[in-house]
Ligand binder design. Sequence first.
Ligand SMILES: [Zn+2]
Length: 600
Amino acid sequence: MKRAASVGDPIRYRIRPADPHGHHFEVEVELLAPDPAGQRFALPAWIPGSYMIREFARQVVSIEARSAGRRVALEKIDKHTWQAARCRGPLALRYRVYAWDLSVRGAHLDSSHGFFNGTSVFLRAQGFEDDGCTVEILPPQGADFADWRVATTLPRAGASLWGFGGYRANSYDELIDHPVEMGRFTLAEFQACGIPHAIAITGQHDTDIERLAKDLSKICEAQVRLFEPRSRKAPFDRYLFLATVVGDGYGGLEHRASTALLCARNDLPWRGMTGLPDGYRRFLGLSSHEYFHSWNVKRIKPQAFTPYDLERENYTRLLWVFEGFTSYYDDLMLVRSRVIGVDDYLKALAATVTHVLKAPGRRLQSVAESSFDAWTRYYRQDENSPNAIASYYTKGALVALCLDLTIRERTRGARSLDDVMRLLWRRHGRPGASQPQGLAEVGFAALLKEATGVALDAEIARWAYGTEDLPVAELLGGFGATLETTPGATRESMLGVRLATRHGETTVATAYTGGAAQLAGVSAGDAIVAFNGLRADEKSLKALLERHQAGDAVRLHVFRRDELLAFDVRLDEPAAVEASIRLEDRPKANVRRLRDAWLH
Ligand SMILES: [Zn+2]
């Protein structure tokens, strides 16, 4: 529904970190002209970008409605919807939300900081989704919080950035796409293609902030230039990286002009750091990934997401394009912007190959099916997931690699996957795009052909909709790069298991389908206590396996629940799954040209 513009916005939100110690935000939503038949309000069942039903309304701990100073009856009619009794308005709801989820998807509040996604805290007034709203963000009360600031890309009129006070959004969709951080974060501001960017870091850290800002700036510039090589125009006025530092953690969620990141303290660069530690490369890759989403999924969307239905699962078979391609470009943009070297890039690419090869589930599920089932399978993994599912992230990234290399080879370097991304952008993403309703479930191969002149219908059918292994090694060979797979440094693959140490016990995390342990009767969850009569833990088990050959019979003792069981296991060959990629020293001139165009 669209209301005529009257005096100001018809919806007003106010949010206050009312009780940092009890982790409660207090929120008010006021509607000037509610539905006279009984206004409904709801919280989303999920947050766009994270494809799982989360039912944020679970964290609403109290709620009441008032109009003209009087209580209005409020009835909960399903798991996330409330209906107010008839009233003429204005109608105001006041409620408290419990915020103790330190992830990029939820809301978190204590005396050190507050963070929220709109999906956790802002009730949607049904029928008013397309109306503008004002948002007043208030500080916690007390002198202890006098130095708190606010970091968000929610637009604000007139007032300076980083302050409490009034913000606004043009629609509910916009309101929930600008996460908010409040507290004593470290702020570094930088420019990329003339656009203001910033990173706000929350949590204790000793980051070399100049180094970080310099590296992020290069990555952002490279991406803007990929999509808009001529105008170098970004699709936002400003961009914000919101990073929360913890001892151990990893995650990111994309938004239209910002991203929320969770990272380990040691992943950030420090003064005097030499070389490129894996943790920092991972952090740059994560930042690059979420930034690339500003185009690929936040603006170029699958049709299934335009608009998002926030009440239930939104099914698409195309997450291999939106997450897989983004996963391919995240590291590629690091090497192309020269923030990392070619060797570091190939190491990261080899790790992706290893990840894909380790999961036998790739033989049962295509990345298109994996996309469709993201809600119930990729996002809800268990001990059998490596046996049963393919990752639309890692295998999707390799599908992108195979498409890119094939296009480059067949056009002798004249075209690449970059041209496909630019056509997707012009057609489905850029303001004024001819098909803003998004990418249809079928037709990607035709779009790829239009962008590059190369017909890859059969390859896409096999690689994205089939389950055979991808020709990564063969294609890399045409670019003067050799892919080798060798048995891993640890020999647990001889047992056909993935091990994990839990509560001091060496546990079978996954028993791979058809592996030695599974054939003998060992199951996921079994705690291994002895190997050939000798007490074994994760470390000693690997050492004992070193002394054996494929075909040897060994006896494993395990506890399943509290019962001791013995199994005779015939060992497998160590699996050749550890991938490495090296560049040929003297490739032919045409191969070198292709390779340089790909990586530089
Ligand atoms: Zn992603």
